[in-house]
Design a protein around this ligand. Structure first.
Ligand code: NAD
Length: 357
């Protein structure tokens, strides 16, 4: 298999990545390494115990803990955290959690340029990108800025071992989605393609082992490794139909992030099957399937992922509006985007039919 392209542009961010079970215990040393002395530890309310344990471990280097991170990075929460940043004279941010907590660190860094150390506990991959999505007055907007890219990532399999199995599966499919769309991205390059395929391989190989034993640290480590690679692809190249649909369903209909990715992915990839046949062929081969869409559908079903938008809270009456919103702003996609085509895709995903049937 060759990833060679005659012409390409590749940009890689300067990021320090440390991997290993227990690597979170090196946090104090990592803070010192970037020359910081007063860290603000960030988490969601659900992960406040982990955040407090981090603060206790790093002692005087913890100048505060903020446990109010929320899904979709509301600007009001960022402003509340910024007050603490100013009052406590913070000089570095530590995010421990999934994409929601990382989102808060990025939103603060965007406004202050403070360095970020992220300790991810899901597979969403936000830590590996310069992308920030935030919500204000019910509207989610996305921006890309080098200031938003975290400087240090500590991947600790022991932390992700507590991720409940249903979220483990949907979050892994969220990661695979970045790689799948990276394969046919207009601005892909040989490196992003190699990362995408190795990322999918790692997740597809290790996820069944995690389901057999969620505390298996080798399997958890390999899934985290896959998530890192897939997140790196998301940070390097543009996404298309799948991410646009998920953004629409999350932003306009308040559907949950990772679950929506899990349901939509096989359908969006099947929609692009013919237009990106050569690019998706290595992924189909990884699944040992006839097509990438069919392989993803079989894999997601076998892993027990949700398969019906109906189960995520979408009303059938909203399918037309969702198809309309998803075609509103023109964006690049391998296959032409039509409202009728997207309506059919969403209808199949709503009922949990196999893609393209
Ligand atoms: P999340 O961060 O919202 O986490 C979901 C819930 O699971 C939270 O309550 C969290 O505290 C809990 N949790 C996380 N890890 C856990 C663990 N190991 N054990 C127990 N509980 C745990 O979910 P997510 O899917 O990681 O992130 C979704 C958000 O990230 C969305 O807002 C999405 O838009 C954003 N995102 C952004 C990017 C980017 O590049 N900007 C990339 C991917 C996702």
């Amino acid at each position: 298999m060759s990833f060679f392209q005659r012409e390409f542009v590749a940009n890689s961010a300067q990021v320090r990545v440390r991997f290993g079970p227990g690597v979170r215990h090196e946090l104090g040393a990592e803070i010192a390494r970037i020359g910081a002395k007063r860290a603000l530890i960030l988490s969601t309310p659900q992960q406040s115990e982990t955040a407090l344990a981090f603060a206790e471990r790093i002692g005087a280097r913890a100048a505060g803990v903020f446990t109010g991170a929320r899904m979709h990075t509301p600007v009001s929460v960022t402003e509340e955290a910024l007050r603490q940043v100013a009052e406590a004279r913070i000089d570095c941010l530590v995010a421990v959690g999934g994409g929601s907590t990382t989102g808060l660190a990025k939103a603060i860094a965007y406004r202050t340029d403070l360095p970020q150390i992220v300790v991810p506990t899901t597979y969403a991959g936000s830590e590996a990108t310069p992308i920030l999505g935030q919500t204000e007055a019910g509207r989610k907007t996305t921006l890309k800025d080098p200031k938003v890219q975290p400087e240090v990532i500590l991947y600790d399999a022991e932390l992700v071992a507590s991720l409940p199995v249903p979220m483990t599966v949907t979050s892994a499919l969220n990661a695979i989605a970045h790689a799948a769309e990276g394969l046919y991205a207009q601005d892909r390059n040989p490196l992003s393609t190699a990362l995408a395929l190795e990322g999918v391989r790692a997740l597809v190989t290790a996820l069944p082992r995690v389901l057999e034993d969620p505390a298996d640290l080798d399997a958890r480590g390999e899934t985290l490794y896959g998530a890192w690679l897939c997140g790196t692809v998301l940070g390097q190249v543009g996404m298309a139909l799948h991410h646009k649909l998920c953004h629409t369903l999350g932003g306009s209909f308040d559907l949950p992030h990772a679950e929506t990715h899990a349901v939509i992915l096989p359908h969006a990839i099947a929609y692009n099957a013919q237009a990106a046949a050569a690019e998706l062929a290595p992924m189909a081969a990884l699944f040992g399937a006839e097509s990438a869409g069919a392989g993803l559908h079989a894999f997601a079903t076998r892993m027990g992922a949700p398969t019906r938008l109906a189960d995520l809270g979408l009303a059938e009456a909203d399918l037309g509006a969702a198809a309309e919103i998803a075609t509103q702003n023109a964006y690049w996609n391998p296959a032409p985007l039509t409202q009728a085509g997207l309506h059919a895709l969403l209808e199949a995903a709503f009922h949990g039919h196999a893609p393209n049937t």
